[in-house]
Design a binder for this molecule. Structure first.
Ligand SMILES: Nc1ncnc2c1ncn2[C@@H]1O[C@H](COP(=O)(O)OP(=O)(O)OP(=O)(O)O)[C@@H](O)[C@H]1O
Ligand SMILES: [Mg+2]
Length: 426
């Protein structure tokens, strides 16, 4: 699939899913409204019944009361303006609410109709059955002697919102299912993009590999052609040069093929480590030595500052040496001027820390997170003047993981790069 096609699919699917989520949101809001209206309606009818009955009992005509007012979303008031027996009001209220399946906790109060002082208040938990009448009859505060006090009835449902949300059970299931679909889609897309990236990296790698292999093959071809046609006439010294060239190019080919094969075997099976006690300082000195011919050619410098007090680790010396060489190789390769490399070790809590620092081209922050991916090379436009397969650092990472170690990078563009390895000791 081409990149463009993937992008179109991604955009279309995201738009479709966003629209679906939007529709679901609108429906959720609607369902909430419907449930809320049903709740309000039931409460209003219940309170109307209660107030009608209370008014009848106090000798007033029901129509003399104002209709029920909803002061806030969960706060209802019946303006009775009549003398009321609190116990009876409590019981009636409970009956009426229970009849309408409104078994939520609520608080109700009787307010003095003149000055709005609370005369009687009570919290009724959800589980309580029909109220036992009588007990509250004496609780009226400030009951005025003589004149019968006039009351208004107020009811608050503190858990109204959660009650309505609970009633919307079906909607939560459907929303959950939709979210699952969205998550699944996102996961699939991430996977597809990852695969796509790997495929692109592999194509780059194959182009790179072909190019890298072509050079020695061409050189060997030319040299052997000369030897075949003119071996008798050439002076001995030129003959040796051609032989050496063939040998050197063959070595280069062998080393390249070996690296690719090494990576392929690492991919196909678990890395089999041959652990032994390794002196990291000795290993660092030796690998640095291996790099010195190249450094000398470019007037480079390598400084060793080995401070760790306990450089012995249990490790596979061959793999660790390869990994260290890979880092030194990068430090040299990616230094456009004469390379200046610093290799240091010191003790840290987790074991031994090895730093390999250069003053080369550096790596932009945005590329740093991909460095340890297989085949990854920092993009430099169309031409890479420094050759490589993008395998070195992924190998380093694999080796460090196998040794329960860590590798991290710190780099600033045009200033240099520092790779840090931590290997557990013992
Ligand atoms: N010391 C460094 N300074 C600047 N860039 C670096 C350094 N080390 C690695 N990089 C960047 O990270 C990329 C990946 O490095 P890695 O060693 O995995 O591959 P490579 O050097 O391109 O090829 P290989 O090591 O397989 O021959 C490099 O292409 C380079 O862009
Ligand atoms: Mg490399």
């Amino acid at each position: 699939m081409s990149r463009k096609k993937i992008q179109i699919i991604l955009v279309l699917a995201s738009v479709a899913l966003t629209a679906l989520l939007g529709v679901q949101g609108v429906w959720l809001a609607k369902a909430y409204n419907v449930q809320e209206r049903a709740f309000n309606h039931s409460v209003q009818v219940a309170l109307t019944h209660v107030s009608d009955q209370l008014l009848t009992q106090s000798g007033k005509t029901p129509s003399s009361a104002k209709p029920i007012q909803q002061v806030a979303s969960n706060f209802f008031v019946a303006e009775l303006n009549a003398p009321v027996d609190p116990a009876q009001a409590a019981q009636l209220l409970q009956q009426e609410l229970a009849q309408r399946q409104l078994q939520e906790p609520y608080e109700f109060g009787l307010y003095h109709s003149l000055d709005d002082t609370l005369m009687f208040g009570r919290y009724v938990p959800a589980s309580q059955g029909i109220a036992a009448a009588g007990a509250e009859a004496a609780v009226i505060k400030h009951a005025q002697e003589g004149a019968a006090p006039m009351y208004n009835l107020a009811v608050v449902f503190p858990t109204k919102t959660s009650f309505i949300l609970k009633e919307m059970e079906f909607w939560w299931y459907s929303t959950g299912a939709l979210l699952l679909v969205v998550l699944f889609f996102a996961y699939t897309m991430v996977q597809i993009l990852k695969e796509k990236r790997l495929a692109e990296l592999k194509t780059d790698f194959i182009n790179n590999l072909t190019h890298e292999l072509q050079t020695p093959i061409t050189n060997i071809g030319l040299a052997s052609e000369v030897l075949r046609k003119r071996a008798e006439t050439l002076p001995a010294e030129r003959l040796t040069r051609y032989h050496d060239l063939i040998h050197a190019e063959n070595e280069r080919l062998r080393a390249q093929v070996e690296r690719v094969l090494q990576m392929a075997t690492m991919e196909s099976r678990e890395l089999a480590l041959k652990k032994e006690t390794v002196d990291l300082h000795a290993l660092l000195e030796q690998t640095s030595q291996n790099l010195s011919p190249r450094l000398q050619q470019r007037f480079g410098k390598l400084r060793l500052d080995l401070q760790a007090t306990q450089p012995l680790v249990q490790a596979d010396s061959l793999h660790v040496a390869n990994a260290l060489y890979s880092l030194l190789d990068n430090a040299e390769k990616y230094s456009p001027q004469a390379p200046e490399i610093e290799v240091s070790t010191r003790d840290v809590e987790q074991g031994i820390l090895i730093s390999i620092k250069d003053r080369g081209v550096g790596i932009k922050k945005e590329f740093q997170k991909f460095l340890f991916d297989k085949f990854y090379r920092v993009p430099t436009g169309n031409v890479h003047d420094v050759k490589g397969f993008g395998l070195g650092l992924s190998y380093v990472k694999a080796i460090m993981d196998a040794h329960h170690g860590q590798v991290t990078v710190e780099s600033a563009e045009q200033q240099g790069t520092c790779f840090r390895l931590v290997l557990p000791v013992g």
